[in-house]
Design a protein around this ligand. Sequence first.
Ligand SMILES: CC/C=C\CCC/C=C/C(=O)SCCNC(=O)CCNC(=O)[C@H](O)C(C)(C)COP(=O)(O)OP(=O)(O)OC[C@H]1O[C@@H](n2cnc3c(N)ncnc32)[C@H](O)[C@@H]1OP(=O)(O)O
Length: 303
Amino acid sequence: MALASGVRFAARALLRPWALLRGTTLGRTEPAAGGGGDGARRFGSQRVLVEPDAASGVAVMKLRNPPVNALSLELLTELVISLEKLENDKTFRGVILTSDCPRVFCAGLDLTEICGRNPAHCAEYWKAMQELWLRTYLSSLVLVAAINGACPAGGCIIALSCDCRVLADNPKYRIGLNETLLGIIAPFWLKDTYVNTIGHRASEQALQLGSLFPPAEALQVGLVDQVVPEDQVQSTALSEMARWLAVPDHARQLTKNMMRKATADRLLRQRDADTQNFVSFVCRDSIQKSLQAYLEKLRQRKG
Ligand SMILES: CC/C=C\CCC/C=C/C(=O)SCCNC(=O)CCNC(=O)[C@H](O)C(C)(C)COP(=O)(O)OP(=O)(O)OC[C@H]1O[C@@H](n2cnc3c(N)ncnc32)[C@H](O)[C@@H]1OP(=O)(O)O
């Protein structure tokens, strides 16, 4: 598909600077605990653990960037590479995306990547964020988010770009796009993803208010597909996966593309402008002050 190869090309161009991966060990393969044959070997990188099961064609991909899986440049890059690796391996048809960090699925953008950084760094960072969204949103694989922790902002976007979401029933595990509460604005492609999932009116309200929905409300508004006890998140994600994998791949993939292509194309058409917009916005003094104040509040909240 022209779009898919365009995205792949853009990803390669973006990912060529390997120096970016400070201290990563991409491609490392090691036996899973208690594992034996190929199907039980795990691979991944420092911040993304992949547990592949060749027999079922499903891999579990765990974010492990403690303490809160903030989306650092390295994590974004490693996620894209791990996903590409699975997409290129015909053994795999589905990925369950989950967190290896207790109580947090993903805290969203790593604010330290955009606070006090120069415009060039902010641009590089934002391109990596765009790339991850394009990759996940258009993935040929079935992606199921097993949301085992808090899921604000950029974390919510990762979950929304999956095909299906299972959330653990814990009132602390809230999900949503809370950007306005930080004094920032979700870009149009985050807004579009929200609208595609929960509809226009619900998005209008939730985006303006910066709502973070607890599980029952997230289910009601349609942000997640299932809410289950915490110890059943993984097994429910696997059952959901089986349901999606029961459909022939080519028909499901073409249908997914038909549903999502226009939204992704909109970003692809104006990617540079979106990057410039992000950089000029976050580099404003007033926005830097709000972000610093928010980070400070997070740090003081501790203990
Ligand atoms: C023009 C377009 C402009 C912008 C579009 C941007 C779109 C996307 C935006 C985003 O994603 S912005 C990020 C939004 N994220 C949040 O608001 C979440 C903030 N974090 C939390 O609410 C909590 O940390 C938590 C995820 C619920 C986890 O709580 P917990 O109590 O377990 O951890 P604690 O708060 O103590 O945090 C531990 C540690 O981690 C630091 N931290 C937390 N979140 C971030 C983050 N997003 N980026 C960087 N660092 C983060 C926190 O400060 C603590 O650090 P410390 O140990 O040094 O004190």
